[in-house]
Write a protein that binds this ligand. Structure first.
Ligand SMILES: [Zn+2]
Length: 95
């Protein structure tokens, strides 16, 4: 099945997508839950996360700053490979 543009074929069908990736061996249940909450958007770039993308889980408030380990304090984003940049963006976004 070909997908045109960057529109996900699963847009608007969250249950299906989450249950699908929930069975994916590389995707933890936590990630599926967070993706669903974020409507499948990467917290860093705002683009749709695809099942083939590498996804990271980040603490919104770093543990070193008193953040806890609950889902409330977590968000998912693509593995962009710029850890410090991501940290800066999260800091900026919270202001
Ligand atoms: Zn991204």
């Amino acid at each position: 099945m070909k997908v045109k543009g960057n529109k996900s074929p699963y847009d608007g069908d969250w249950t299906y997508w989450a249950s699908r990736i929930g069975k994916h061996p590389r995707v933890r249940k936590e990630v599926a839950t967070l993706l669903k909450r974020q409507k499948n958007q990467c917290a860093h770039c705002g683009l749709t996360c695809q099942p083939t993308d590498l996804i990271d889980v980040e603490h919104i408030v770093p543990k070193s700053q008193g953040g806890d380990d609950t889902l409330k304090n977590k968000q998912v984003l693509h593995r962009h490979g710029h850890e410090s940049q991501i940290a800066e963006d999260i800091k900026a976004a919270s202001h």
